[in-house]
Ligand binder design. Structure first.
Ligand code: SF4
Length: 294
């Protein structure tokens, strides 16, 4: 499907508001905020055609710092709300934002269903492997052995692997970024904005206050870029193998970032929904329903 440029000559600061973020100095969420602004500017998005939906957590405050429409929703329900917005008006660019506790804990089942439906939402998960807002409890992505307030002897849980899970569920765009590399992250987000259907971007985003293990230095020692090793994002099996590269079993294991998987030949959920109602394809054209469906 042809990509759509909605408007040109935008700058990242066109998406900023006067209110400054209230995150701890050094929080990875600053990198995500800047990456998103850069990506929207490069994409040429119109402010009034962007809706950012968030859940509950430190990162979920992000819509307050963006000059777009926004919904600061309820815990774990980013994707049902975002899905509703997208179906109600498929011309909007709908972006979901939340943390790993929000999206991979209480909201995990919604990730599976959004992926299998291929709903046209870009879902950015700020993955800091801890519950930050509630001051440092273990989360679904806390690595085995890591000590937190609720795992004082070290976590004995095997962590959720969000990329492998999304691939298994049928997601058509699966990527991982790092908030310590904003330029690279912005490229990934812009590619996701161009994508037809559901896009998951897991962002390694250090919580500098409550996670003293998975720090910027910890990630920098392990990260490599998929594009640097000739990864083919159209190859599902290769993507799945790369998704399994994560230091769960091997603490010294490497961590790939970039676009793991992408396929553009499947219809988005909202396209199917509008067709069902006798309407016109929703992405490029105004949403018009037939007389009897109005
Ligand atoms: Fe960021 Fe952690 Fe501070 Fe929350 S507690 S704002 S996640 S550094």
């Amino acid at each position: 499907m042809a990509s759509i440029k909605l408007q040109i000559d935008k700058k990242p600061m066109d998406f900023a508001v006067s209110r400054a973020p209230i995150w701890c100095p050094g929080c990875g969420d600053y990198g995500i905020l800047e990456g998103l602004r850069r990506a929207l500017a490069k994409f040429g998005a119109k402010n009034e055609e962007v809706v950012i939906v968030s859940g509950i957590g430190c990162s979920s405050q992000l819509p307050h710092f963006m000059k777009t429409y926004g919904i600061h929703g309820i815990h774990g329900r980013v994707l049902p709300i975002a899905t509703g917005v997208k179906i109600a008006n498929p011309r909007l660019k709908v972006i979901g934002v939340g943390g790993d506790g929000d999206g991979y804990g209480i909201g995990l089942n919604h990730l599976i269903h959004a992926a299998r439906r291929n709903v046209g939402v870009v879902y950015i998960v700020s993955n800091n492997q801890v519950y930050g807002l509630t001051t440092g409890q273990m989360s679904p992505t806390t690595l085995k052995g890591v000590k937190t307030k609720t795992s004082p002897y070290g976590s004995i849980d095997f962590p959720v692997n969000p990329l492998a899970l999304a691939l298994s569920a049928g997601a058509t765009f699966v990527a991982r970024g790092f908030s310590g590399d904003v330029a690279h992250l912005a490229e990934i987000i812009e590619a996701a904005l161009q994508h037809r259907g559901f896009a998951l971007i897991d962002v390694l985003s250090p919580c500098v206050t409550f996670n003293r293990v998975n720090t910027y230095d910890w990630f920098r020692a392990r990260i490599y870029k998929l594009e640097a090793v000739g990864h083919d994002p159209t190859d599902y099996e290769q993507a799945y193998k790369r998704a399994l590269e994560w230091p769960t079993m091997d603490p010294q294991g490497k961590v790939p970032i970039g676009i793991f998987f992408r396929r553009e030949d499947l219809p988005a959920y909202e396209e199917e929904a509008v067709k069902l109602l006798g309407g016109t394809p929703p992405i490029d054209a105004p949403l018009e329903l037939s007389e009897d469906k109005r």
